[in-house]
Design a protein around this ligand. Structure first.
Ligand SMILES: CC(C)(COP(=O)(O)OP(=O)(O)OC[C@H]1O[C@@H](n2cnc3c(N)ncnc32)[C@H](O)[C@@H]1OP(=O)(O)O)[C@@H](O)C(=O)NCCC(=O)NCCS
Length: 172
């Protein structure tokens, strides 16, 4: 009896609970016209070590099929850049969500969609990234999607902070 009540509640929650988002986000590949929006978010999100605009454009050009923006109400609110190395490795070079849009599930939605598409469409089996050792929100997000700690690299950033290298093995 108890079991069946719990089961019904789970089913009800799954199908009736409203979406977490007020507006459904859209994830799409990057267009050339997005560069200003992406750079603006990059500077807001990485005040200590934002990529210069030229380098950002270069990375986006190299990875145009494997980099994505997330749009809410037709506004770009986040982006992810993934570079494929040695055919099978997806290197996450950058992931950021505009501070005004954080904590609403957009970061996870974007990362999950990007991983799904890059692994299915490009045969990528392993994802790798570097994250500041103090960046708890990002580390929690990565762990929630199955990323595991690899090594700790002391002094990785210019200000001397260490990074964790994290990996996700994707079984396509
Ligand atoms: C990391 C980042 C992309 C997360 O984006 P977001 O849209 O706020 O994340 P979500 O709302 O999808 O949250 C996903 C999970 O991340 C973790 N998380 C997000 N914000 C957090 C916070 N302030 N504190 C602790 N954990 C947090 C939680 O595990 C959360 O899951 P939960 O809501 O089920 O608990 C965003 O904080 C960001 O752009 N940070 C600055 C740039 C950056 O550090 N990028 C990563 C570089 S490696």
């Amino acid at each position: 009896m108890l079991c069946s009540t719990v089961f019904k509640k789970v089913i009800l929650f799954k199908y009736i609970a409203p979406s977490r988002y007020l507006v459904e986000p859209i994830v799409r590949t990057v267009h050339e016209r997005d560069i200003d929006d992406i750079y603006e978010i990059e500077v807001k999100c990485f005040p200590r070590d934002a990529y210069p605009k030229g380098l950002l454009s270069y990375y986006l050009m190299l990875s145009k099929d494997t980099s994505f923006v997330i749009e809410v109400d037709s506004k770009v609110v986040g982006y992810i850049i993934i570079l494929i190395r040695w055919r099978k490795l997806g290197h996450v070079l950058s992931l950021a969500v505009d501070p005004q849009y954080r904590g609403k599930g957009y970061g996870r939605f974007l990362l999950r969609e990007a991983i799904k598409r890059v692994s299915r469409e490009h045969g990528v089996e392993v994802f790798r990234l570097e994250v500041r050792a103090s960046n708890i929100p990002a580390i929690k997000l990565y762990k929630s999607l199955g990323f595991q700690y690899g090594l700790l690299r002391p002094g990785y950033y210019q200000d001397g902070e260490a990074c964790y290298v994290m990996f996700l093995r994707k079984y396509i």
